[in-house]
Design a protein. Structure first.
Length: 527
């Protein structure tokens, strides 16, 4: 059977894994942009030495990020490169001037530079999905057999099972360890529910037998030269190396159309003026919420019509601890240290997800405390820095603003333009303030002050946790609805498997449910 997977991000990787587990050899069609050779070579060179032996010039090159000093929430780069963000592309032009979201044409998608956070979705957060957590559990386990997970069987497990035996354990920054002890010991009796535990992140522990364990060098947010942060695409790497997958790079897919019992995929390659075609028996589309939406709108000639993307909107809320603890940075892991899950009775039953980090290079960089000759400022600021922690808060899509995607007739280079606009909703701002005020009240119980005035909201899409243009339904009714296998009516051989089919977007981390749902579809689709 000829089967294709479009894309190489987390959903595409999980799809390819499920198909190979069924004895198939899928063709993965991907743009596959890679990190430039100079930065890749520098990262490889630095991996041979401890951080203490890196020069200031090398450190600057590997960590440069102009968005840190700009206003708003910084963008995560990989070794100083923004190649993962396809802000525009000649074969897929986009007008996103009014939005803070982009597609990715990178090999591995946004998973190439993610923060590694992995939680399953709670049933209360996917109540409008045609599947429940029990339907996803076999896929959760299959994915976590392939990726490392650092975490613990702590209070989080009561609502968010580990699905992995013997997860790794990372040393917590002293600030985070103290906070976790205080939150765990606190008494909460306000009708709200709070769970706290170690962050679940795809990081290899220090004692990793392959030698890729965390070195606690403090540079996680710029990418790990030592390979401790596991990218989902590592699974795809192994499948390609074993010749279990055929990988075709440099292809921008334009349309996917079913013709009887075959599916015709058209695409463009760099330098090729004409479109090329391949024919398959079944196709799984995993090009990401923007890329997949473009392909679907082009394939179905839905030109000039708006399609809404839901978003799990984010906001940052710094807070200060009563106790002063010397900074762990730079001798620490700077990804999320703790997860705090909060249900506010006055808001909804959806979980609010809070990733807690200690002070890191992003915080110090924004404050101008990493510049040469500024050590005196750092010393003076320590009275605050040694109490400061950062909460990265996420809302369920029911409480968030949205995005509107429209494929326009106006063409650029012969291609339709995908326009992206915000759909701001007043309830999003209300929810952010409600959560912040609740944290201010609750925080006093565990010795933390949350200044609501320091709330920093992000625009919808900025956190890259979006989806839902073609929502799965148990009984599809609208023409943009898909069934539980990501198929439109009358197109039983084309499956959408990425977040484009999420009926709603949980506040908790998106990658693990995304991969699990894609795996479920590919593992159960009729062949």
């Amino acid at each position: 059977m000829r089967v294709a997977v479009i894309g190489s991000g987390p959903a595409a990787t999980a799809t390819a894994l499920a198909l190979t587990n069924r004895g198939l050899r899928p063709t993965v069609i991907d743009v596959g942009t890679r990190l430039d050779s100079d930065r890749a070579a520098l990262a490889a060179e630095l991996a041979q030495r401890p951080r203490s032996q890196w020069t200031d010039e090398e450190l600057h090159r590997i960590s440069e990020n102009p968005t840190i000093r700009a206003s708003g929430i910084p963008r995560k780069l990989l070794f100083g490169s923004d190649f993962i963000y396809a802000l525009d592309h000649p074969a897929a032009p986009t007008d996103a001037a009014n939005a803070k979201i982009s597609a990715s044409f990178a090999y591995g998608g946004f998973g190439a530079a993610w923060g590694g956070a992995m939680l399953p979705a709670a049933n209360c957060d996917i109540a409008d999905w045609p599947v429940r957590r029990a339907d996803l559990e076999p896929a959760y386990r299959a994915i976590l057999r392939e990726l490392p997970l650092a975490g613990a069987n702590d209070d989080l497990a009561s609502e968010f099972p580990l699905y992995k035996e013997n997860p790794g354990l990372l040393d917590l920054p002293a600030e985070a360890a103290a906070l976790l002890r205080d939150v765990t010991a606190a008494n909460f009796d306000e009708g709200s529910r709070i769970l706290a535990g170690r962050a679940r992140i795809a990081v290899r522990p220090a004692d990793d037998p392959g030698g890729y364990g965390c070195r606690f060098c403090g540079m996680c947010l710029s990418g790990c030269v030592y390979g401790a942060i596991a990218a989902p695409s590592e699974i795809l790497d192994r499948l390609i190396a074993a010749a279990l997958v055929e990988y075709k790079s440099g292809a921008v897919v334009k349309t996917v159309r079913q013709e009887g019992e075959s599916v015709r995929v058209t695409f463009r390659t760099p330098g090729a003026g004409l479109r090329e075609e391949l024919v398959f028996d079944r196709v799984f589309i995993a090009a990401g919420p923007l890329g997949t939406t473009r392909v679907v709108l082009e394939s179905r000639s839905w030109i000039g019509e708006g399609f809404e993307l839901k978003d799990s909107q984010k906001f940052a809320l710094p807070f200060f601890r009563r106790r002063r603890i010397p900074l762990s940075w730079p001798n620490t892991n700077t990804l999320a240290a703790l997860f705090i899950e909060l249900q506010l009775a006055g808001l909804s039953q959806h979980w609010i997800h809070i990733q807690v980090s200690a002070v890191n290079d992003y915080v110090l960089g924004r404050a101008g405390l990493l510049e040469p000759g500024r050590h005196w400022r750092r010393t003076a600021a320590n009275i605050l820095l040694e109490r400061l922690m950062i909460g990265w808060c996420s809302l369920h899509s029911d409480h968030s603003s949205r995005l509107l995607l429209t494929l326009l007739e106006d063409k650029r280079g012969g291609e339709h333009i995908l326009r992206v606009d915000h759909r701001l909703r007043p309830e999003a701002g209300h929810a952010m303030r409600e959560v912040s005020r609740a944290l201010r009240r609750i925080g006093l119980r565990f010795g933390a002050l949350f200044p609501v005035s320091m709330l920093q909201p992000s625009l919808p899409g900025a956190g890259l946790h979006t989806g839902g243009a073609f929502p799965m339904r148990a009984k599809p009714r609208e023409r943009a609805d898909t069934d539980a296998l990501g198929r439109f009516a009358g197109q039983d051989r084309i499956h959408i498997v990425d977040a484009s089919i999420f009926p709603s977007v949980p506040a908790t981390t998106i990658v693990l449910p995304l991969m699990a749902n894609a795996y479920r579809i590919a593992a159960t689709a009729p062949l």
